[in-house]
Design a protein around this ligand. Sequence first.
Ligand SMILES: Cc1cc2nc3c(=O)[nH]c(=O)nc-3n(C[C@H](O)[C@H](O)[C@H](O)COP(=O)(O)O)c2cc1C
Length: 504
Amino acid sequence: MSEQIRSAENYHRVTSYRRNRLAHHTLDWANQPVAVKPYPTLPRIYLDRNVELPKINYFKMKKNISAGDDSSSPMLNLREISKVFRLTHDVTARAMHGEKPFYYRSVASAGALYPFEIYLAAHNIHGLHQGLYYYNLFEFSLSPLRTAPIPELVQTKKRVLAAFFLTGIFFRSAWKYRDRAYRYVLLDTGHLIENLRLALGALNYSFSIHFDFDDEKAATLLGLDPAKEVCLAVIHLHGNDGVENTTEKTQPLEPLDSDILQASSVSNMEVEYAPILQMHQAGSIGLKLTTGDPAAPAFLKKRKPRWIDPGPMDLPDKKDYFHVLTTRRSRRNFISASVRPEEFYTFFHQIVRSMETGAGILSGSQTCVTIGLLAGEGLPIVPGVHLVDPSSQRLGCVLDGVFLERMAMACLDQMWLKHVAFHLVFLADLACLDRMWGPRGYRVAMMEAGRLGQQAYLAATALGWGACGIGAIYDEEAADLLDLENGEVLLYLIGIGSVKKRRT
Ligand SMILES: Cc1cc2nc3c(=O)[nH]c(=O)nc-3n(C[C@H](O)[C@H](O)[C@H](O)COP(=O)(O)O)c2cc1C
């Protein structure tokens, strides 16, 4: 009998890729999952795709991100909500895949399968009735699922004007990646979180991000079939009027109709993968929040890096954030070229700053995910494996040598990865994570890796470089290469560097 999955370490091991042991799998194109939930009987409220977006310099954005900041924010209405969605999840390009059109989006996604969805709870939005809405990015519309005041899933002190619920639909990714798909659902949702976090910061809203809530209540509230679609993150948009949250009288939650639940099914031939369900359910007990300061990142504690202080940045001229967001794409046409030191350090600081506690992320996230960097020969730091200490904003070398080609091999022989300037790697000590947060910690760690991955894509785009996320990894080969110990794993990797310029 196959083992019951109860921990991050367990799930990650069971879903590892091993060379010469990948089971053959053909894609069932006739039953490809649908890319959007249809809800055909619900009315539509159309958002304004032509809404004017503020001009925001990507490199100056970090200062604007002020989760919990009490600065005055714009009144929340449908125009503002249109801006939030335009900046969070939108179509950015169209291509023909055979006879069918395919739409690229502002969020990177493993296999372009886009397993995530966004729901909006309107508590106090001018021009929009209180209730719960589904966001359809193709139509740029909202469909009302509930039309009465709805209870908050997470209790916070500050007044909540709107809440965004980010869900993941397992089969969208499992259609291709089978039981490994939970990894990609979480990483992809992390990518989406970063866009939403940046959008709210850029529009000057105060917000908070939550990963700890009652899964069952979330499924009832959103009308999800919990074996197929699950809520992964809740983002509150707060009022900045100093008014504290008062618990408004709301009706007890009635389950939504069965046809709404049915919309979590995205294919006529769905397969349920036990490891995914087991791992997700193991996390349903909630985050085991430890008291006191979280331990220093396990990776940094165990190793003795040769620290260096990064050099100065060279902030390029204005880079319009919307332009960066909409031109972000996965690039694989890397060319071996040296990187200007100032640009490299600019990139480094962009990443480190988005790990600061003021960035609105869960405190302790720095502990659960450690960023490393496999430097090639064209960087201002020695070739080798370096670790990032976000608190002191330093880089430290732990292994000397050029590892890019061997890592490309460990990434299922995607050999174009050897031409990048560096691999950004997201590492975790899963045993430590399981101890610190319990099995739900896996969700947080993977979404955090994805979130930082989206930031890496954006920073690379703004610097005129290319980037590509990599989830296809022979897990043990990568761990051996990085000299990882038992329980330590590579969660995700991004190849970054100069690319052949495209003719536009
Ligand atoms: C979690 C994750 C894993 C990915 N893994 C790979 C990979 O192993 N190989 C690859 O070529 N692209 C990979 N990608 C890139 C996706 O294929 C790409 O994001 C998708 O096709 C959408 O295209 P776009 O990023 O240009 O919008 C990955 C992306 C993400 C977010």
